[in-house]
Design a protein around this ligand. Structure first.
Ligand code: CUA
Length: 170
């Protein structure tokens, strides 16, 4: 009896060690994906009903909101087959821009070219990511998840203007 339970203990200890090693390697992999590759998993703390976006005060009028003039902005962006709403986003250079991205229907992707902004857009979840566009210019964003016939045409543009030329985006 005693010998038997010692054997089980030894097995259990081994499995605990293996589980811990697996968990540690997952954490490392997620870390590498998040920081090195720039892939961000949508934040799970904010959920939204994709069928009720029009009734939600934050989502019924997607687009740019100014929080602190010239310094802090947020963008509500909806992905749907096969377009982004809005398609054009205008922000001033040098400001911190926080994007909230969700889908109205199926899974899409949101990637801003020439930046590390890249997130999966999953209906029901809100992806949150921030960026400061230091230089004025046009930054194209695209859908990175195959979503059907119009996938390749699903894109938009962020126009980053000099702060003194910024007059709002609506
Ligand atoms: Cu939306 Cu691909």
């Amino acid at each position: 009896m005693t010998a038997h339970s010692t054997l089980i203990d030894r097995h259990e200890r081994r499995w605990i060690l293996i589980s811990a090693a697996l968990l540690a390697s997952f954490a490392v992999l997620i870390g590498i994906a998040g920081f090195a590759l720039g892939v961000q998993v949508p934040t799970l703390d904010r959920r939204v009903d994709p069928k009720k976006l029009n009734e939600d005060p934050m989502w019924s009028k997607p687009g740019v909101r100014e929080l602190v003039p010239g310094r802090k902005y947020e963008v509500y962006l909806i992905a749907q087959t096969w377009q982004f709403v809005p398609r054009e986003i205008v922000v001033p250079a040098g400001a911190k821009v926080t994007f909230y991205v969700t889908s109205r229907d199926i899974q899409h992707g949101f990637k801003v070219l020439d930046t590390d902004l890249n997130v999966q857009v999953i209906p029901g979840y809100v992806g949150k990511l921030s960026y400061t566009f230091k230089e004025p210019g046009e930054y194209k964003f695209i859908c990175t998840e195959y979503c059907g016939l119009g996938h390749a045409a699903m894109s938009g543009v962020i126009k980053v203007v000099p702060p003194e030329e910024y007059t709002g985006s609506q």
